[in-house]
Design a protein around this ligand. Structure first.
Ligand SMILES: Nc1nc2c(ncn2[C@@H]2O[C@H](COP(=O)(O)OP(=O)(O)O)[C@@H](O)[C@H]2O)c(=O)[nH]1
Ligand SMILES: [Mg+2]
Length: 182
């Protein structure tokens, strides 16, 4: 079923963005690394070069592209102890955020660390733990991109009950919300 929503993939150089896109389309991952040189629109995904997220000179392109999408995939490599996302990065783009941990299969992967880095970048939203090599977690991504709101993604996470999917909500945001409800 074609998706009417569209997701832009952001993340550092070599984070696994293009490999993720290939696997999402059911294709073999590239036998060798091919550098992404420009924005690549394909079906419901926009792949971006790592430089776009790493270099603030490209932010205007990210903002322009964000007008054409509904979701942003914030990709964090589990084998990289560093992140290129500043705290609260997702708040700068007014689209539905999805955190994606890549390379969960790698022997040197630190999944907990990658999750905590994404929790700082994304104030509220789902975080999916994936490996393009084993395929784990991959099918959760299109399901989330079908959702139209954070609440819908949260409900999906609650009903889906997968160890590869968590829904993150900043404790402070949660407190403010419950105070409003009182
Ligand atoms: N172990 C492992 N390596 C991966 C995975 N996905 C991508 N890679 C490797 O990470 C490198 C960068 O991948 P690429 O998709 O080109 O990253 P991009 O620069 O973010 O587009 C390549 O050598 C991939 O083979 C994965 O799920 N597991
Ligand atoms: Mg790429």
């Amino acid at each position: 079923m074609p998706l009417k929503n569209r997701a832009m993939i952001l993340g550092g150089i070599d984070a696994g963005k293009t490999t993720l896109k290939e696997v999402l389309f059911g294709r073999e991952r590239h036998p060798k690394k091919i550098k992404t040189q420009s924005l690549i629109y394909e079906d419901w995904i926009v792949d971006t070069p790592g430089e776009y997220t790493e270099n603030p000179l490209h932010y205007r392109s990210i903002m322009a592209t964000s007008l054409e999408i509904t979701h942003v995939l914030f990709v964090q490599d589990a084998t990289n102890e560093k992140t290129i996302f500043a705290p609260g990065f997702s708040l700068g783009i007014n689209k539905l955020p999805i955190g994606v941990v890549t390379k969960a299969d790698a022997s040197e992967a630190n999944i907990e660390q990658a999750i905590s880095l994404l929790k700082k970048a994304i104030v509220k939203g789902p975080i999916v733990i994936t490996s393009a090599y084993t395929g784990e977690g991959i099918d959760i991504i299109p399901a989330l991109v079908r959702c139209q709101s954070l609440d819908e993604m949260k409900a999906y996470a609650a009903s889906h009950q997968s160890e590869n999917l968590i829904f993150h909500e900043n404790a402070k945001v949660r407190r403010q919300q419950s105070r409003k409800e009182e």
